[in-house]
Structures are given as C-alpha cells and as structure tokens.
Design a protein around this ligand. Structure first.
Ligand SMILES: NC(=O)c1ccc[n+]([C@@H]2O[C@H](COP(=O)([O-])OP(=O)(O)OC[C@H]3O[C@@H](n4cnc5c(N)ncnc54)[C@H](OP(=O)(O)O)[C@@H]3O)[C@@H](O)[C@H]2O)c1
Length: 250
C-alpha cells in the first residue's frame, strides 16, 4: 500500500528516523513534529536528500497538549489529513533516579503517556470523521510484565497498549479503512538505551524502523512485536512467578 502522507511525532527519535527513511518511496510527503529544532532539521534534510517532500513543526510533549498537530498537518498538506500518524516520542529515565522522585515520575508519565493518549484522542476524532487512517504508536515489550527495573517506564507504556486495544476494537466496528498498530520493539540500540549496561538481544534502529515501515504500509493491525519472537518470549514472561522474575535484572 502506498501512502500519500504521514505525520510523525517525535520524529527525531532514532527509530522514527529509520522508519521515515524506510518509508521513502512508499510515502510521498512527511510532516515531522519534534522538540529539538536542530535534530529535526537534520532528519528533514536526510529525507529531502532522498526525494521526499517534508514539512516540520515544533512539538514539546510536556508543554503542547492543546496543539492540534493533525489540523496543522492538514493545512500544509493542502487540506488533506495525513494517511497515517506515527507517535514515537518517549523518555526512559534512569530507574534509580526516578524510583523515589515524584516530579521525575510525573514528567515521565506526562511525556510517555498523557501526551501520547491526548494526541491519540485528536487522531481518533479526525480519522473517524474521515473514515480512514492508520494510527501507529511505539509502545514496548516492557509493557507486558513489570520487572525489578524500569517499571515506571513499563507502566507508562502499558497504558498505551490498553488504550490502543480499545481504539482498535472500536475501529473494527466502524471501517476496514481504520487501522491501529501497537508497535512493541524489544531492546534497540538508540540514544534512549545508551545508559543501559546490559540489553537482551538488541536490534538496530535500521532493522526496527524497516519493520515499522512495512507494518504502516501493510494491511495488518494489532499488537506487533519487533522482532516477532518477542511475542512468545513475553507470553512466557507474563506467566513466570515473581521468584523467577527477581533474577531478571534487565
Ligand atoms: N530503544 C529501545 O530499546 C526501545 C525499545 C522499545 C520501545 N522503544 C520506544 O521507541 C520510541 C523511540 O525511542 P528511541 O529508542 O528511538 O529513542 P531516542 O532516539 O532517544 O528518541 C526519543 C525521542 O523522544 C523525544 N522526546 C523526549 N522528550 C520529549 C518531549 N518532551 N517532547 C517531544 N519529544 C520528546 C526525543 O526528542 P529530542 O530529540 O528533543 O530529545 C527523541 O526524539 C520510544 O517511544 C521508546 O519508548 C524504544
């Protein structure tokens, strides 16, 4: 399936950039929203160098809850909503720094959960009015089971999974042209994970971005694990008793 346009929020993320690069050729126009202006211009430049048409917007997940990015995108796209929206931004704070710090915990939930679900609500309204659209949100395998470390991050993503399950069911009742993808990567080598000492089976952002691009341009929906074998691994992890989970530190 080819897309006329996509809105990517958190477009400076390593995974989002690789997704956008993998979509060139399958998608003509890119609307990129991100916080860091310099990095955003860098991503836009690399897409334009491959022949894409790119528009950019500032977006800070902590401050811009009332901004309607879909309406802004429609304006630059000549009155058309984008065919797809990918939401990629998030933070992974150092667990020991956040575990007793309510302000940092609040900030994490604001960025990873509140801003994302607020954006999804706006996407829902616009896509349901039009009767078509692909909503793709990057969650994580971490959301499937609380562990000794990083459980605030895991909880911030678990809320996305449950919300998106609901939207998916709602849209299945409405139109086959409405599609929800909950993207669940395992560990990926990006700036977000640079501080982690150990990672199980890490993937490259290029591999994960290419897989996300295929999903967005494809026909499937649902919770999608990247690589796919994280699905059975996390199905087992959900069943493990706490005494086994205690030995899994990462
Ligand atoms: N890396 C992994 O192992 C892994 C695994 C599973 C899921 N994920 C998910 O994949 C997605 C992309 O992460 P990544 O690995 O590509 O990490 P990344 O390169 O560090 O990207 C994180 C992005 O979030 C943005 N961001 C942070 N706070 C923001 C705010 N207040 N407003 C707007 N943007 C903000 C950053 O923007 P700036 O450029 O302004 O800093 C950056 O673009 C995230 O949702 C992450 O949770 C990652």
């Amino acid at each position: 399936m080819s897309l006329s346009s996509i809105l990517i929020v958190g477009a400076t993320s390593a995974i989002a950039e690789q997704t956008a690069l993998a979509l060139v050729g399958r998608c003509k126009r890119f609307v990129l929203a991100a916080r860091n202006h310099e990095r955003l211009l860098g991503v836009a430049g690399r897409l334009r160098a491959r022949g894409a048409t790119v528009y950019t917007f500032a977006y800070d997940a902590e401050r811009m809850h009332d901004v309607d990015l879909l309406a802004q995108a429609r304006q630059v796209l000549g009155g058309e909503l984008p065919d797809a929206v990918l939401i990629a931004h998030a933070v992974l704070p150092r667990h020991e720094e956040v575990v007793h710090d309510p302000i940092m915990a609040h900030r994490t939930l604001e960025i990873n959960t509140v801003s994302v679900l607020t954006l999804c609500t706006a996407v829902c309204r616009h896509f349901e009015e039009r009767g078509s659209g692909v909503l793709a949100v990057i969650s994580s395998v971490a959301a499937d089971r609380g562990r000794v470390n990083n459980f605030l991050y895991a909880a911030s993503k678990a809320a996305l999974d449950v919300y998106l399950d609901g939207v998916r069911l709602r849209w299945k009742l409405r139109s086959s042209q409405l599609r929800v993808l909950t993207i669940k990567p395992g560990y990926v080598r990006t700036p977000m994970t640079a501080h982690l000492e150990r990672m199980l089976f890490p993937a490259s952002p290029e591999r994960v971005g290419a897989a996300i691009a295929r999903l967005i341009a494809g026909r499937r929906d649902g919770r999608r694990y990247i690589p796919w074998w994280w699905r059975p691994i996390m199905a087992i992890a959900r069943l493990l008793p706490d005494r086994v989970m205690l030995s899994i530190k990462q």
